[in-house]
Design a protein around this ligand. Structure first.
Ligand code: BES
Ligand code: ZN
Length: 801
């Protein structure tokens, strides 16, 4: 083709609706009468628009789309834009000419300039509810007739969040309408197609009294995430997939801000740390992690980018930047960025420049942020004191979980910044000082000396866990921090306490702290009443338990957990009451108590299950997850079959997913195998849920090896189910094996993946293998001390009683 000339291309294209979960695909569901109904829907991101129609399927090639769909008159169709007109289709044969065709042609308005991956259309027989925003945008929630009554919560949230975003971004929502539709077969959680957002049913539908607080919060969070993309991603789009993090990191951060504004009592910003920052710190402490910005070419490489680094680390560094610039400067930066680039494409640098502009060029945002996006990992900030003096040294060095493992070299692969970061380091002291200093990535300022009051007893770094780094202190300081927690924990925010726990356990796992530090720190939990510290402590203790369950460590950790949760267990009780946070906490604490074998908890949980099964009572929405699980674990075939029947028959997606997870709780390996085999039969378990079945079975100690065998045995069949260049296979595999902790298992893993190509799933497997190595070292070096240390505490408590 000659440059500067305009060419028109016409292509005739034939395509059969596929049964996969991407491209233009088929989904089915049963109505109230048990009749199977069919719908056709799309999922294109990242590279499946080309499956549905011929196109230049790359994000930087934006175009205006004119979409026309011919379909049966009894169905409705939806696309990005509102319908322009619906007209009769002329009949093809005599019969049709006489009575009129059964088909109509739906023509949609021309779209705005947009990327192919955001195009969508759905043909179905669903119902609609709708409402207008203050700014006159029509918001509709669309779901199957039998489920439309569960759509109201989503509609209210979507209206409010849209209005708030219009204000926050300073830009009205650019389309005349917004549809949110619940698709029965859906691979991801949701997809932000411009004006027609598709959702998995559990991410959109909510049934009061049945959906738990966490289920409901999930709906709000997913809506806030996808709506954020309508501006950040859809109106302004990354130039190429290597900057995917711009989309997903930003939306993952905005999820919390968006919901926080509508539901201020839900303490979303506290939850941000436990859901986003902590999992990212965990993954990014591996040498097999990757920088936020990476070169990608192949579709399988692109799919593999939808990971914790793009989402959670991306969100974390935006959060850190907001703190650094101030809320209004960041908001202004976003507004400048969006206004300047609307209907166009950008690279990461454009966002940093807009932020600098928002500060009147007073801050070098790019200089700081490049150290976070162009190299992987993050720093460990080390506070040390010169003697007992007033002089403190604050320095940084890369934090690696594998640390001194044989063959690891912490400077590989090479980084443009030699694994030094521009870090805003905040800290406070027992004397109430609160300060922030900036460490740099250049040789002469990677560490700093500060002079503080001599009378200082302790120092606590990374105030409220806003910074993407970990902190270590001299032993005496750890001791003083632990004393402080035990005497008066309220001097620290919940986020600070959670982060102390997390740092202590993680440093211990990396071999940088003895087991006694996290154990003695944890004892303060008997006085803890906040959600986030509890969640993180239990996450670590459960992981210890999983690693040590081959020896006496498992039951020792159980006894320790029982001891820690006893107070809060009694305090919260079993009845639905209290704030959103207390409800979330109740579920976390009660289920931990049951898992740890606290007798009262197990008995009550069993009793509730029996009462529900005998139809004597309705279960509290917050308890269903672990009560069903306990019922299945403690029960036999009858209980399992009962739950399976409920799983098949319920029409409430939130409940369905609780049933499905409970089915993985059986202790009987034959039952578990029967369950695993159902994943090969689409009529019993939808392909979208196969991942959940395999990983939740693997999390059950009785099921781990079965799941691992199933995954290998049916490798080819599972692989065919997912059209994403094996990213899902990698994630499922990683989910199954990452608690392995023996050299024997490691050998099997390495052997299998040597013989099986993993494409886009390779990185996830490499990361799991690195984790296994860390696990093996922990078991070898620390299993005994864990048993010793926790026994001291538990016995001391027994002697007191
Ligand atoms: N753009 C993604 C959907 C997606 C995921 C497309 C993976 C292709 C591959 C969407 O915005 C998204 O991130 N959805 C999340 C939910 C969100 C609340 C984290 C998801 O599907 O898990
Ligand atoms: Zn997203």
């Amino acid at each position: 083709m000659k440059p500067g000339k305009t060419y028109s291309i016409r292509l005739k294209f034939m395509y059969n609706l596929t049964e996969g979960l991407d491209g233009f695909y088929l989904s089915t569901y049963k109505d109230k009468d048990g009749q199977v109904r069919t719908l056709a829907t799309t999922h294109f991101e990242p590279t499946s628009a080309r499956k549905a129609f011929p196109c230049f399927d790359e994000p930087q090639l934006k175009a205006k789309f004119l979409i026309t769909i011919t379909h049966s008159r009894s169905l409705q169709s939806f696309s990005n834009m509102p319908k322009k007109e619906e007209s009769d289709v002329r009949g093809k044969n005599d019969q049709e000419m006489r009575v009129g065709s059964t088909k109509v042609r739906s023509e949609f308005m021309e779209s705005l300039e947009m990327s192919t991956y955001l195009v969508a259309f759905v043909v179905c027989d669903f119902d609609i509810i709708e409402k207008k925003t203050d700014s006159n945008v029509t918001i509709r929630v669309i779901a199957a007739h039998d489920k439309i009554s569960q759509a109201k919560f989503a509609l209210d949230q979507a209206v409010q969040i849209t209005q708030n975003y219009e204000r926050y971004f300073g830009i009205p929502f650019p389309l005349p309408k917004q549809d949110l539709i619940a698709i029965p077969d859906f691979e991801a959680g949701a997809m932000e197609n411009w004006g027609l957002i598709t959702y998995r049913e559990t991410a959109l539908l909510n049934e009061e009294g049945v959906s738990s607080s966490l289920d409901t919060q999930w709906v709000a969070v997913v809506i806030a995430h996808e709506l954020a993309h309508q501006w950040f991603g859809n109106l302004v789009t990354m130039q190429w997939w290597n900057d995917l993090w711009l989309n997903e990191g930003f939306a993952s951060w905005m999820e919390y801000k968006g919901v926080d504004e509508v539901e201020p009592d839900w303490k979303m910003m506290d939850q941000f740390w436990i859901n986003e920052v902590e999992p990212a710190l965990d993954l990014d402490s591996l040498q097999s992690s990757h920088p936020i910005s990476v070169q990608v070419q192949e579709p399988s490489e692109i799919s593999a980018l939808f990971d914790y680094i793009s989402y959670r680390k991306g969100a974390s560094i935006i959060h850190m930047l907001e703190q650094f610039l101030g809320e209004e400067h960041l908001r202004k930066g976003l507004e400048i960025y969006l206004k300047k680039n609307k209907f166009k494409n950008t690279v990461t640098k454009d966002l940093w420049n807009a932020c600098t502009e928002a500060t009147n060029n007073t801050k070098d945002v790019m200089g700081m942020m490049n150290t976070w996006t162009l190299q992987m990992g993050y720093p460990l900030i080390i506070f040390s004191r010169i003697g007992n003096s007033s002089v403190w040294n604050i320095t940084q060095s890369r934090f690696l979980l594998a640390g001194q493992l044989n063959g690891t070299n912490s400077s590989l692969p090479a980084s443009p910044y030699n694994y030094k970061w521009n870090v805003p380091v905040s800290f406070k002291t027992n004397l109430g000082h609160s300060r922030e200093i900036l460490l740099g990535s250049k040789d002469n300022d990677t560490s700093k000396v500060v002079t503080l009051d001599e009378k200082i007893k302790w120092i606590k770094g990374n105030t409220d866990g806003v910074g993407f780094y970990r902190v270590n202190y001299p032993t005496q300081i750890w001791t003083m921090l632990i004393n402080q927690l035990n005497t008066d924990l309220s001097v620290f925010s919940g986020a600070d306490r959670a982060q102390l726990i997390d740092d202590a356990f993680s440093l211990c796992m990396a071999g940088l702290l003895p087991v006694s530090v996290p154990v003695s720190l944890s004892t303060y939990l008997v006085k803890e009443t906040d959600l986030v510290p509890w969640k993180i402590a239990l996450r670590h203790l459960k992981s210890w338990k999983a690693l040590l369950s081959d020896g006496p460590g498992g039951s020792a950790v159980d006894a320790f957990i029982s001891f820690l949760v006893e107070n809060i267990y009694k305090k919260l009780g079993w009845f639905e009451a209290g704030t959103h946070e207390q409800r979330l906490l109740r579920t976390v604490v009660l289920s931990a108590a049951v898992d740890a074998g606290l007798k009262d908890a197990v008995d009550r949980s069993k009793q509730i299950f029996t009462d529900v099964m005998d139809n004597q009572s309705k279960i509290s929405s917050e308890l269903q997850g672990f009560v069903y699980c306990t019922g299945v674990r403690e029960g036999g075939e009858e209980e399992w079959n009962w739950i399976f029947k409920k799983y098949i028959s319920t029409n409430i997606p939130a409940e369905k997913s609780h049933f499905l997870k409970a089915l993985a709780c059986s202790k009987d390996i034959f039952t578990l195998q029967r369950f695993l085999d159902k994943t090969l039969d689409k009529s019993q378990i939808r392909h979208q849920d196969v991942k959940s079945v395999l990983t939740s079975t693997a999390m059950n100690p009785a099921g781990t090896l079965l799941a691992w065998r199933q995954y290998r045995k049916f490798w080819d069949r599972y692989n065919k189910m997912f059209g994403d260049g094996m990213t899902n296979m990698g994630n499922i595999g990683a989910g199954i094996i990452s608690t392995f902790s023996s050299s024997f298992d490691l050998e099997q893993v390495e052997d299998f993946f040597e013989k099986h190509e993993t494409g886009g799933g390779k990185r996830a497997i490499d990361q799991a293998v690195e984790k296994i190595k860390v696990n093996i070292r922990f078991v070898e070096l620390s299993a005994e001390s864990v048993v010793g240390e926790v026994n001291i505490i538990v016995n001391r408590r027994k002697n007191l009683a």
